[in-house]
Design a binder for this molecule. Structure first.
Ligand code: ASC
Length: 152
């Protein structure tokens, strides 16, 4: 029992500490840009299959859905640290408004993150209906940011 509690404590600590990236994580602005792009690539790679399941393009698989959800839950918290000062220029489609309207950008990011947490919970629920209900609103928050803050 004591051991089980210790294992649980370590897992909880890991879950809390893994995503705590900060602007200080990057030596150069290019590293932050690469980091945030990689984070969005990982998000898309795990979001896409959930959409395919929600829309019946692939069969629903509860185990796979849960794994995708678990990854989204962690990774959705990470890209934001990659948008620090000085990371507005370089190999990026990020629009300048991200840095000139920081409160609005943060709000849009917070909304995406909140919907991703709900989607992750739905993906872990074992219910395709819950997955379907959560997918559309989450996709809308992705799109809102792309429309406002990403160049084509
Ligand atoms: C994806 C993906 C996005 C979003 C967006 C939602 O799977 O790669 O950028 O969903 O298309 O509208």
């Amino acid at each position: 029992m004591k051991n089980a509690l210790r294992v649980l404590a370590v897992c909880v600590a890991a879950a809390v500490t893994i995503p705590s990236v900060s602007a200080q994580s990057f030596q150069k602005p290019e590293d932050a840009i690469k980091y945030r792009k990689a984070a969005f690539t990982v998000l898309a790679a795990h979001f896409g299959p959930l959409g395919a399941m929600a829309n019946n393009r692939i069969p629903y698989n509860a185990q796979q859905a849960a794994e995708h959800g678990a990854i989204l839950e962690v990774v959705a918290r990470t890209p934001w640290a990659g948008f620090g000062a000085g990371t507005n220029q370089g190999d990026t489609r990020a629009k300048p408004e991200i840095w000139t309207e920081q409160a609005k950008f943060k709000d849009a990011g917070d909304k995406m993150q909140a919907e991703m947490m709900k989607l992750a919970a739905a993906a872990k629920s074992g219910s395709v209906e819950q997955l379907r209900a959560a997918f559309g609103p989450t996709a809308a928050t992705c799109k809102a940011c792309h429309d406002n803050y990403r160049r084509d």
